[in-house]
Design a protein around this ligand. Sequence first.
Ligand code: PHE
Length: 343
Amino acid sequence: MSELAAMLAALRERFSAAAGAAKGERDLDEVRVAYLGRNGEVTTIRRGIGSLPVDERPSAGKQINDAVDAMEALLAQRRGALESSEVEAELAQRIDVTFPAIPASVGSIHPVRRVIEDACAYFERHGFAVVLGPEVEPDFYNFDALNIPSEHPAREGFDSFWIDDTLLLRPHTSPMQIRTMQLHRPPIAIVAPGKCYRRDAVDARHLFQFHQIEGLLVAEGIHFGHLKGMLTGLCRTLFGVHQRVRFRPSFFPFTEPSAEVDTTCPKCGGTGVCGMCGGSGWIELGGAGMVHPNVLRDVGYDPEVVTGWAFGFGAERIALSRYEVDDVRRFIDSDPDFLEQLA
Ligand code: PHE
């Protein structure tokens, strides 16, 4: 065997050992570069052809080319083998479809939201429209148009968050009475739920952000009896068919006469033997009354022709007794276990 043939045989031996040891595409490529690359071992051997006698050169070139062909064939074969073993490894990873999955948690309707939705649905069944309005109001809508001029002491009763001299976060939903009456001619029948804000210290009974449900009915011939009937129906829808409703004389500048509205404590059934109603048997829901003639006049209605009633109830108050919760802060704790339990 010529010296060149022996060299090539040894080279192929080492090459096939290296290619056989390659564990992946990248290893295999390193082997290719080391042997067959531009500066690889085969190139070094090829350079040696120049120093051979002229008549030996063609045969030497052919031997080298044959060796390169064989090495490339081996490389292709190894590459194919590596690829299929990778696919097999992937297929070998079994997925256990019986393994318990992480349960997806589903939200629930917030109790305050449910009170609002149920109250609105009740009024909608009676032909009322649901209207929504801004939480930032000019004092005109919040006070002046509700018969509370600038120096009126009733303004003090609404501990408001003021944004500047005339803008405030609404402390009640009553501005929606004015906004609705300014836009429409009577008859008017609306319910306006929404967020309200007061500078109250947070405790078991108070939040500085809470919800009210406002109602307004204005038409010819409306009287206090209509108000009593609708609010009694509302309480029976929210709490149960045996609810009684009581009206205590009160004062609001925008209603005359005015009342504070209570319903029988749903926990003790009005017997007054529980802690929730403080032993009184009654739960306070909010204010109500006949719309003041000044309010009607200011929006261009004739109080000699149309009359109306309005009410504003606290949604959290209703939810507290409806779901027998002892602390209003529970409603804003965002504790899914607590909220789901009430849903
Ligand atoms: N806006 C009053 C309050 O927040 C409640 C109310 C509304 C009273 C409508 C009478 C009529 O205290």
